[in-house]
Design a protein around this ligand. Structure first.
Ligand code: ZN
Length: 293
């Protein structure tokens, strides 16, 4: 069906975003060669970021950063308003034993329970926005729900799921964010809570063939639903030879000189997409000259 996102509202009191992100999480897995626990954590962060990005406008971007004290280190995802997202995990080769309680990938332990979740929005015409909350469980979904409540005063339920196949590829990934608008009736809240409780977990639903519309229909069962625009999603990086040049320049001329002397060139990787760029000795010498000018 291809990765996609839908926005919906119900009863004028609930808004919801739902996304299928199987392909883009798969692409991230291939690029960063993540092991299953890292794949699940990175996939959840990418899915969350791409949904949050869908609420932006024009050229605005959103950066979601999860910094826990677990073995994964920092997770980062950057999304824009057009459904494009890129991201990485500091230590991609992390895989932990499955949780004993339910046999699921132990994302919470891999991320760590102590740490912070940061959201930064680069808003074209306004001051940049940043908000941070301490992690609740490191499972990402709960942490993001806390962020919405504490930083944006919006009660939210967040579900994020990634199902990893036996060959390490991604079988299904996606999620949803449901939010209550101010003054939502109590009976609507309790009906919604019932729906969320009885819904199957989101990666299972997607693995079973459900698309974003069906996720919305499941979670908002019994409500008058209005579906808004659809957005196609993809893993996409905006790096280029020129951008990586800037990175090299920021290392300073001494570092570049030693690259010329010791290695006759440099291999530089983009953090976000793991693409490798080769700089020849001639390229580096040109950079040095430009830095002097
Ligand atoms: Zn890149």
């Amino acid at each position: 069906m291809g990765d996609h996102l839908l926005r919906a509202t119900a009863q004028g009191q609930i808004r919801m975003l739902a996304a299928v992100t199987t392909d883009l999480v798969n692409e991230a897995q291939r690029r960063h060669k993540t092991l299953p626990t890292a794949t699940a954590a990175l996939g959840r962060v990418l899915t969350a970021a791409v949904m949050m990005g869908a609420t932006l406008k024009g050229e605005e971007t959103l950066t979601l950063r999860v910094m826990g004290d677990g073995p994964l280190g920092t997770l980062v995802a950057v999304a824009n308003a057009r459904g494009r997202v890129k991201g990485y995990v500091q230590n991609p080769r992390v895989h932990l034993p499955l949780r004993e309680t339910d046999g699921k990938l132990d994302v919470g332990r891999a991320v760590g329970k102590n740490g912070m979740l940061h959201v930064a929005k680069d808003l074209s015409l306004k001051e940049p926005y940043t908000g941070s909350v301490p992690l609740v469980s490191g499972e990402i979904g709960e942490d993001l729900a806390r962020y919405y409540l504490d930083s944006e005063q919006t009660p939210s339920a967040v579900a994020l799921g990634v199902l990893v196949d036996t060959d390490n590829s991604v079988k299904a990934a996606g999620g949803y964010i449901v939010q209550l608008l101010p003054g939502t009736d109590e009976d609507i809240i309790s009906r919604l809570e019932e729906n969320i409780k009885s819904a199957q977990n989101v990666s299972r639903l997607i693995d079973g063939g459900k698309d974003a519309r069906q996720l919305i229909e499941e979670v908002l069962k019994g409500f008058a639903i209005k579906i808004h625009e659809r957005l196609d999603l993809q893993f996409a990086c905006d790096c280029s030879f020129e951008r990586l040049e800037e990175l090299l320049v920021s290392l300073g001329s001494e570092e570049i000189k030693s690259m010329i002397e010791e290695e006759q060139g440099a291999e530089v990787r983009c953090h976000f997409c793991n693409e490798e760029y080769h700089f020849s000795k001639t390229d580096l010498e040109r950079l040095l000259r430009e830095m002097k000018e």
